[in-house]
Write a new protein. Structure first.
Length: 147
């Protein structure tokens, strides 16, 4: 893993103009921002609920139910999930990936995940999230060329 930058704040929202794209914004310790676009709408709602926002939905998802039943599960998550690293980009699909570190029987196991899902678990477990510096730079470069 190359240089990683710590996420200090996470916001999840729908873009205010059509097509109302679901977004997770990661605010980084160095003042930069890293965005994940077209994330599952259910994850946006769930992240906001974890952060104290009230959402009225017709039907709930797994992401909505987990915090309700989390009690002991939440404590187990805190003990097992060590960190989340948004550390990959598939240049063919332009999809990001994350690595989650899970402590199992004294060993650290790393698993690749969908970044929005990994961020959700990190918020539930109250653990750190990091973004690879090279991904932030790549996103900034893309943003400059689209202006």
């Amino acid at each position: 893993m190359g240089k990683m930058v710590k996420v200090v704040k996470i916001e999840a929202f729908l873009m205010p103009t059509p097509p109302y794209t679901p977004v997770i914004s990661c605010y980084l310790e160095d003042g930069r921002q890293f965005n994940l676009y077209y994330v599952p709408y259910e994850v946006v709602i769930a992240i906001n609920r974890i952060q104290g926002e009230d959402y009225d939905v017709d039907r709930e998802s797994l992401f909505d139910i987990l915090p309700m039943i989390a009690g002991e599960f939440k404590d187990a998550l805190k003990a097992r999930i060590k960190a989340v690293y948004i550390d990959g980009l598939n240049k063919r699909t332009m999809l990001y990936s994350a690595t989650i570190e899970i402590k199992v029987n004294g060993a650290i196991i790393r698993r690749k995940m969908i970044p929005s899902h990994a961020i959700y678990l990190a918020l539930l477990a109250n653990t750190e999230v990091y973004v690879a510096d090279e991904l932030v730079k790549h996103q900034e470069k893309l943003s400059r060329t689209q202006r």
